[in-house]
Design a protein. Structure first.
Length: 446
């Protein structure tokens, strides 16, 4: 049975009861780059005031960027490579639809696909430099908050816009970005609260938390621990680990010594090794409740575990307010090899909203697009859900309110979503999970 809740006030997140009961086309105009193409990749609005508002643009006749060029900074390699395929596919689907509807400012939109790698390499910097040198005014990515933090200054200092489909670190909310960093996924201030509520509602009173030591891991760990303890729970272990660690013997031994009712694992692909050590030491999924998050929920990563090891594991992940089943089926038409769909819809929405903002701004520079993003998503305009329909309204002189496939995309003063949806999933075997609940709520500010 699945129950969906819509919560309008962030104040109730720390104690919210989820009441969960488990049972059960067109061609794309692209510019060349050394990075893989999408099909080849393995995986109430206010103007932004994170620092300074974007500088005003000259009149349209003086526009220096009449053609929208975007560059993707998404994981084709590295510890988040499993997230790459759906995100690349989401961008490609959006660009195809945009160009089929007439493009942006009367010209085809150009997209340059690029790999972000992870924080253990310099791939993100190389990809960013390549895209900017080819005229990209918008960088779509990164998926990893840590990766974004390595290139955000380079991007925004050049007047380019950075919009991520998957960054969730609360640290990015108030980062000094000249109003040029935006994201369509909610901050982990929300996911942490929902994860804590899920555990409390399941009768968990003592939990251990182990997280990778980076902006993503630390932010989500803190959000969970804060909400869990405020709801009456006890944190038995609060551990951060080096993402490049080869063994987790000591960390797991400390978790075991605390005798928790549940273990929350916040990580990327290294979570496989961590879970293997937990199984070895008797604190794995068959011994107690285990919770995963968006960085390690996967249909592929745990398939080689002993049969049914993952059965019953709970995992949270940002999703859409709307049902994404039909959209994910469309993504399969773009990339038939997809097995995971996480953040594919967000990548699609990020691409479409940027194109719409460029049309409203009348110019495709990063600062012009940033200044118009709030205008196309929540200023009381006429609701529209497809690029073609929204573009027709813009060309008719009508203000719009774009509602993406994930739902409304209203942004707050920091360029973050005002609200977000978190899906609660339960593994049915090592390679499959099903949604057992969803919470839509305002995103708490850090």
């Amino acid at each position: 049975m699945k129950r969906t809740m819509v919560i309008k006030s962030a104040a109730v997140l720390g104690v919210v009861s989820l009441g969960l009961a488990a049972c059960g086309g067109s061609t794309t105009s692209t510019a060349s780059s050394a990075a893989p193409a999408a099909s080849e990749a393995p995986a109430a609005s206010e103007a932004p005031v994170a620092s300074e508002a974007p500088a005003s643009e000259p009149a349209a006749a003086e526009c220096t960027a009449p053609t929208l060029i975007t560059g993707t900074l998404l994981p084709a390699t590295g510890s988040l490579a499993f997230l790459g395929p759906p995100e690349f596919a989401g961008v490609k689907m959006a660009v195809d639809e945009i160009n089929a509807a007439g493009g942006v400012l009367g010209a085809p939109m150009v997209n340059i696909d690029g790999d972000s790698g992870d924080t253990s390499t310099d791939i993100a910097t190389q990809t960013t430099d390549a895209a900017l040198s080819q005229g990209a005014q918008v960088i779509i990515g990164a998926a990893s908050s840590g990766v974004s933090l390595t290139v955000i200054d380079k991007i925004t200092s050049q007047g380019a816009l950075m919009i991520s489909p998957a960054n969730t670190s609360p640290a990015l909310t108030t980062y000094e970005d000249n109003g040029l960093y935006w994201r369509v996924a909610p901050s982990d201030a929300l996911q942490g609260a929902i994860l804590a509520s899920t555990a409390i509602d399941s009768g968990i009173t003592k939990a251990a938390v182990i997280a990778r030591q980076d902006a993503y891991g630390e932010g989500l760990e803190k959000a969970f621990s804060k909400n869990f303890t405020e709801a009456g729970g006890t944190i038995t272990s609060e551990l951060l680990y080096d993402p490049e660690a080869t063994t987790f013997d000591a960390e797991v031994a400390e978790i075991k010594a605390g005798a928790p009712d549940a273990v929350v694992v916040v990580g990327f692909e290294e979570s496989v090794k961590l879970l293997q050590e937990m199984i070895k030491q008797g604190v794995g999924p068959k011994d107690q409740q285990v919770y995963l998050v968006d960085g390690n929920i996967s249909t592929e990563a745990y398939k080689e575990f002993p049969k049914n090891t993952m059965k019953g594991v709970i995992a949270t992940v940002p999703t859409g307010e709307a049902d994404l089943t039909a959209f994910n089926e469309m993504l399969l038409m773009v990339d038939p090899a997809l097995t995971d769909f996480t953040y594919g819809a967000q990548a699609y929405d990020a691409t479409v909203v940027v194109a719409l903002a460029a049309n409203v701004a009348g110019c495709a520079t990063g600062t012009a697009i940033a200044a118009a993003l709030a205008d196309v998503t929540g200023n009381g305009g006429e609701a529209c859900t497809t690029y073609a329909d929204c573009l027709a309204l813009i060309q008719a002189g009508t203000e719009i309110d774009f509602n993406g496939v994930t739902g409304p995309l209203d942004f707050n003063q920091y360029g973050d979503p005002v609200s977000g949806s978190i899906s609660i999933n339960q593994y049915t075997d090592n390679g499959a999970f099903e949604e057992i609940g969803k919470v839509t709520a305002e995103v708490p500010l850090p």
